[in-house]
Design a protein around this ligand. Sequence first.
Ligand SMILES: C[S@@+](CC[C@H](N)C(=O)[O-])C[C@H]1O[C@@H](n2cnc3c(N)ncnc32)[C@H](O)[C@@H]1O
Ligand code: SF4
Length: 381
Amino acid sequence: MLTKAASVGGLSVEHIQQLSPEIKQLTLFPSEMCNYRCSFCHIWGETGWALKEPQRVIREQLDINVLKSFLDDVTANTKKLGVIITGGEPMLYKHFTELVEHLRSKKANIYLLTNGSLIKNKVQFIMENIVAMNISIDGPEEFHDSIRGKGSFKTICENIDSLIAEKRKRNKMFPFINITMVLSKYNYRSAKDFMAALRERFKDANVVLHDSKNPWMKRRDLSVNFAPLLFTTQERGLAYAAQMKEHLDCDVSPAWQGFVEESLSTDFDTDILKQDLQDLWQAEGIDTSSFVDIQQYYADIDNVFGRTKCVAPWHEMVIRRTGDVYPCVDFPDYKYGNIYEQSFKELWEGDRAVKFRDYMKTSNLMVCNRCTRLFADKESF
Ligand SMILES: C[S@@+](CC[C@H](N)C(=O)[O-])C[C@H]1O[C@@H](n2cnc3c(N)ncnc32)[C@H](O)[C@@H]1O
Ligand code: SF4
């Protein structure tokens, strides 16, 4: 399903004009190391940037003391903070548990995005500290393993077994366990069979398809979410680089190149995907009235389905492994500054943040068209 991340509707220019910055969400990439090399990944995949400099990525990890004191600074400035910990594989960060414990001591809600491979020895820890975790599974075993590596489906599923068992033992609702399958040219043919494959694998569990309209209606052990591929074209990427230079005096990193997909229209039979998803939604009783047309999503990158504005810079800040701070989650280009040198207020209210928000009030960036944040709802932050 193109879920909430791509439902129709949108945030108006007027809404943006009236916003005042209020931090609600931090996204942390404390390390960007990864033990997987997923084919479509914009970081470590075939076109990803990290493969070109793996040693540097392995070396660079956030200093935990600097990070902790910066987090103290952020939490002192907000009542309620959601923190997404991602990467690379976030559980490879050498101070992962210390970071999570510190955030919990500050009452932040923690959302973990993980490939699920390293959960085994941390089940108890996760139970006690994480609100929701998104575990990536990219289709039934054969498809998943061809993207994420042989044997990985089995490992991840065994880890999920342990989480479900522990939740039951403790009679706990949290953490919510959500499985995300990114629909790419490598696996779209398996979307229809995915639910059945998971129900077969998790025979005793209650597996539901995530319903963005009624997310909590159904009791579940596992929810499943189909996520659209985020992508751009070479032409748009180059136009983005020129736009950033001209309007924001910013030289962009190679990150956008990791999203380039030139041959989606030939590699992807979106007729099949559309029909399969419709069948699946119908069988699962999902209201699809607000979903975007998936064929257009993949075929016509100019169509943003009325989603004219992105509110992320008003509510979210992103910290990468170097301590650099950015407004955008996937494009470490326009930089507010660095947590080793500046306080939260200096970064969040500084000239660079103000300049970026001013620009974004009236313009979109050329790479925004297929970004989750552009499709996010007001409630997402
Ligand atoms: C970059 S990963 C980091 C967390 C963890 N390593 C994982 O695989 O879940 C976060 C999510 O981004 C997804 N992802 C990677 N490249 C993507 C792309 N080009 N479009 C959409 N999602 C992508 C992954 O499948 C995963 O669900
Ligand atoms: S596990 Fe996550 S970060 Fe690592 S290569 Fe796969 S999608 Fe990318």
